[in-house]
Design a protein around this ligand. Structure first.
Ligand code: UD1
Length: 431
């Protein structure tokens, strides 16, 4: 039997209204799960959404000997993780290649066991996604790597702290190094560290385990290694990319929506851009209240590491600019191959040309519904949003990509009045 194509079916249905809690940040939760490797015992992580990437990471940790149990949904989702004294420090290829964040088990495994065998990680295909910075920095801490048959095998005695200077503030390389350094001998200083709020959140969890970390969230992080850590109880920060996605939905469809728990201080530059485009917002009741008439103005955007406009916001912004008044240039400075979804927006009538890492977007009065394919998590969500303002019906196939990062995306948009259905399976989400 041919498996059903999982898709979202979207029709325009006027302005969005209501309120919605923002769930835990995927890019924090996955690292916090890896951090559990650093201490035996039972850890408890709160604000864990029911998304496929969490399931994949749980499976990956299970292959190392950990047992995870997810209970509750949405903002009430909790993941309990039991970590044994002995770990099996080998990650099978089938798990490693399913998720980019899998690379963050490398640092904690080496710190805890002095050994790790992983294969080169997979995940969204935005062009080359090397791990050279991770490996070089770990080598500086005393790890010897052998790369053979697509596997990376690392071994070391106890890791040794030192001064690591990143040539680019890589998010996961920073996570990996922080997790390696917490159990290293001596002090590690990371210069040009990623400043993303999720890095600071991970450091918060590690500190609650007994780690000594200063400066997480700035470009200089100092970590004083300790001999052992204890299990954590930690609640993850809300997902700024999810908040940005729902802000874009209101921007496009118009209306008024309260994004409960959304943290404006995690998305300053994005909010500035949205204001320039005509979306108004105010901090309200511990979240963000956003209002839009649905009439947008064009604005140029350059993606950059935090605190710049995050590359993960880019597909939603390009979708908004597709129907904005005027012409905009979007420069993608983080992932060279990120514009693949633009072909799908063009099929819906968007007027976009790309040249290398730049896109020129001439706003059109309206999009027209079409069958399109989600190439990755964020672009998939953006194509669903395009359907909110496209004449007729839009069918976005590849819904499984969106499920990797959004819990019940269709149901939550419906709760605001959008007409978004799932097809290809009985429940809203295969969770
Ligand atoms: C993380 C996020 C992803 C986000 C990205 C940028 C996770 C699981 N994913 O990805 O959602 O889009 O940050 O904010 O947290 N690079 C190298 N060598 C390396 C590492 C990275 O050349 O060893 C390059 C990459 O190819 C890319 C750039 O550095 O061009 C940024 O990548 P990085 O910050 O590492 O992104 P990720 O951590 O993979």
């Amino acid at each position: 039997m041919v498996p059903a194509v999982r898709s979202f079916v979207v029709r325009p249905n006027g302005p969005l209204r209501g309120s919605l809690p923002i769930y835990g940040a995927k890019n924090s939760v996955l690292k916090c799960m890896a951090a559990c490797l650093l201490a035996p015992g039972r850890h408890s992580i709160g604000n864990v959404p029911a998304i496929t990437d969490v399931t994949i990471m749980s499976d990956l940790l299970a292959s190392l000997g950990l047992v995870s149990r997810h209970h509750g949904r949405g903002a009430d989702g909790v993941l309990d993780v039991d970590v044994p004294e002995e770990l099996r420090p080998i990650v099978p290829y089938e798990l490693m290649e399913r998720i980019r964040a899998s690379i963050v088990v490398l640092g904690p495994l080496l710190a805890r066991t002095g050994r790790a065998r992983i294969s080169l990680p997979g995940g969204d295909d935005f062009g080359g996604r090397p791990i050279d910075m991770h490996l070089r920095a770990l080598e500086q801490m005393g790890v010897e790597f052998r790369i053979e048959h697509g596997n990376v095998e690392g071994s070391c005695r106890r890791l040794v702290g030192g001064r690591i200077v990143f040539e680019f503030p890589s998010h996961t390389a920073t996570d990996n190094l922080v997790m390696a350094a917490v159990l290293a001998r001596g002090t590690t200083v990371i210069e040009n560290a990623a400043r993303e709020p999720e890095v600071a959140d991970l450091a918060g969890m590690l500190r609650s385990m007994g780690a000594r970390i200063d400066g997480a969230g700035t470009s200089r992080i100092e970590i004083e290694g300790v001999d052992e850590l204890h299990p954590a109880q930690h609640s993850c920060i809300p997902d700024r990319v999810e908040a940005a996605t729902f802000l874009a939905a209101v921007g496009l469809a118009g209306g008024e929506v309260l994004l409960e728990r959304a943290r404006p201080e995690h998305m300053d530059m994005l909010l500035e851009k949205l204001s320039q485009m005509g979306v108004t917002w105010v901090p309200h009741a511990g979240g963000i209240l956003a209002t839009s008439t649905g009439k947008l103005s064009s604005v140029d955007v350059s993606t950059l590491p935090f605190p710049g406009v995050a590359t993960d916001y880019e597909p939603c912004l390009v979708t908004m600019l597709s129907v904005a008044c005027g012409v905009a240039i979007v420069s993608e400075n983080v992932f060279a191959g990120r514009f693949r979804y633009v072909d799908e927006l063009r099929r819906m009538g968007a007027c976009i040309t790309t040249e290398g890492h730049h896109a020129v977007i001439r706003g059109v009065p309206r999009l027209s519904g079409a069958p399109v394919k989600a190439p990755d998590i964020r672009a998939g969500a953006a194509l669903v949003l395009a359907g909110l303002v496209a004449e007729g019906e839009t069918e976005v196939s590849g819904a499984e990509h969106v499920d990797r990062g959004y819990e019940d995306f269709a149901g939550r948009l419906r709760s605001l009045g959008a007409d978004v259905q799932r097809s290809g399976e009985a429940p809203d989400q295969p969770w």
